[in-house]
Design a protein around this ligand. Structure first.
Ligand code: PMT
Length: 405
């Protein structure tokens, strides 16, 4: 169970175009099990309505310090005490300046002053406003007081400028919030270095074609995310995928199996734990054509000669200073038999087997089911989201690794 489950978050929305993202932020935080109460400034209401936020949070929205009805329901001091975290998102330059100066001239600033809960700001403003000395001094002052600042991101802005000042994406804010509560809970893997391969490899045929598979990288990235949340120092060696790098993870992008092999072998000997979740091509094209292979009228067949790729996880487990090594087995039949064969043949500490022929799990799905085998034990992990499954798997790996120490 994630540490954010059951936590009370006051989401304070201030006036900025990024306010339009906050209903989604509320929904995603609620998906993680958090309770959300929304506070809005007058400026925020110019961008998004209280009714929308009330509907998605399933709680009344507070927008005034001096509203007798609201004070009767949950007064501002009660709200300040209720919070396990106050997240100001988007945090405008004006809100940052007022909080940094300790003002208490509206509901937002009063709650910030009246609460002992950790305060987190997700700034969003024009890039020049963000760079302005006044804003930077306010941020520095807040950080010295222990206020956490998430972002801002950089890129194209609503006003047409390009630069720093974009509110972090909803998925990043949710990830940071989950990690925030995790940090205040158990950081079971702190100090451990985890290296995880994820996604497919691509084996070139010619400059425009390649051999690959259906791996999306979701399983490997979910494991990386769960390990990083639990405090591990995580590096993902990633084949070509369409995913955002999980918060606090390093990522090395590779394409072919040999490319992945090179990086894995160079990182594995400094790692505590190595997890091979990538769907690596067992074979590559013997001779990659220098130019695009042309179709000819006189030939209805074409043969491509393949040669074996190095086995990454097997080579990692041959290292003198071998990390705790976990493989995967993607099978379509006789899952247990083949998985146990790979466990022994590749000299693995654990293997996580999945049946990739079953609909609704495995390759490119959001869900999966695994059975984890060690030499002596078996742990069935039934069908669930890859994110939940990854947390369960990371727990098992963490416990088995500690047992071996
Ligand atoms: O990426 P997703 O869409 O989320 O899908 C997840 C997944 C199905 C890809 C994942 O759960 C999974 O099963 N990954 C392993 C895929 C695979 O290649 O399995 P395998 O049984 O062919 O290989 C056995 C093990 O050897 C694996 O750990 C594999 O990473 C490793 N291997 C294989 C070949 C090779 N040349 N080098 C390797 O390291």
């Amino acid at each position: 169970m994630s540490e954010i489950q059951g936590k009370n978050i006051v989401l304070a929305i201030t006036g900025g175009i990024a306010a339009y993202k906050t209903p989604e932020l509320v929904r995603r935080l609620k998906d993680q099990g958090a309770n959300i109460r929304v506070v809005m400034t007058e400026g925020a209401k110019a961008f998004i309505t209280p009714l929308t936020l009330q509907a998605v949070s399933a709680n009344p929205v507070s927008d005034s310090l001096l509203d007798p009805a609201a004070e009767l329901a949950m007064g501002h001091i009660e709200l300040a005490k209720w919070a396990d975290m106050i997240l100001v998102a988007p945090a405008s330059a004006d809100a940052i300046a007022r909080i940094s100066n300790g003002l208490a001239n509206d509901l937002l600033t009063t709650i910030c002053l009246a609460s002992e809960a950790p305060l987190v700001l997700a700034p969003a403003m024009n890039q020049q406003m963000w760079r302005a000395l006044a804003t930077q001094e306010n941020i520095e002052r807040l950080q010295k007081r222990g206020v956490t600042i998430w972002g801002p991101g950089a890129g194209e802005q609503a006003c047409g400028d390009v630069g720093p000042g974009r509110m972090l994406e909803v998925v990043e804010l949710v990830e940071l919030s989950v990690g925030f509560f995790q940090q205040s809970g158990i950081r079971a893997l702190a100090g451990q270095k985890w290296v995880i391969t994820a996604g497919p490899t691509r084996e070139a045929i010619d400059p425009v074609r390649y051999i690959s598979n259906h791996s999306s990288g979701k399983m490997g990235y979910a494991i990386a995310q769960a390990a990083a949340r639990a405090g591990a120092d995580v590096t993902i060696i990633s084949g070509p995928v369409n995913l955002t790098t999980p918060t606090n993870c390093e990522r090395i992008d590779v394409s072919s199996a040999r490319d992945m092999h090179k990086h894995a072998l160079s990182l594995a000997s400094q790692a505590d734990i190595f997890i091979a979740c990538a769907a690596v091509a067992d074979y590559r094209v013997a001779e990659v054509a220098e130019h695009k292979i042309k179709k000819t009228d006189d030939n209805d067949e074409m043969r491509i000669e393949l040669v074996k790729n190095p086995d990454i996880v097997a080579d990692v487990s041959k290292l003198n200073d071998k990390p705790f090594t976990v493989g995967f087995a993607a099978e379509t039949q006789d899952v247990e038999k083949y998985a146990l064969g790979k466990l022994t043949r590749k000299n693995l500490d654990l293997i996580a087997a999945n049946n990739v022929a079953t609909e609704g799990q495995g390759f490119n799905s959001d869900n999966n089911a695994l059975t984890v085998y060690s030499k002596d034990d078996k742990y069935p992990l039934p069908l669930t989201s890859k994110s939940e499954l990854a947390s369960q798997l990371v727990n098992i790996i963490g416990q088995q690794f500690t047992k071996r120490q």
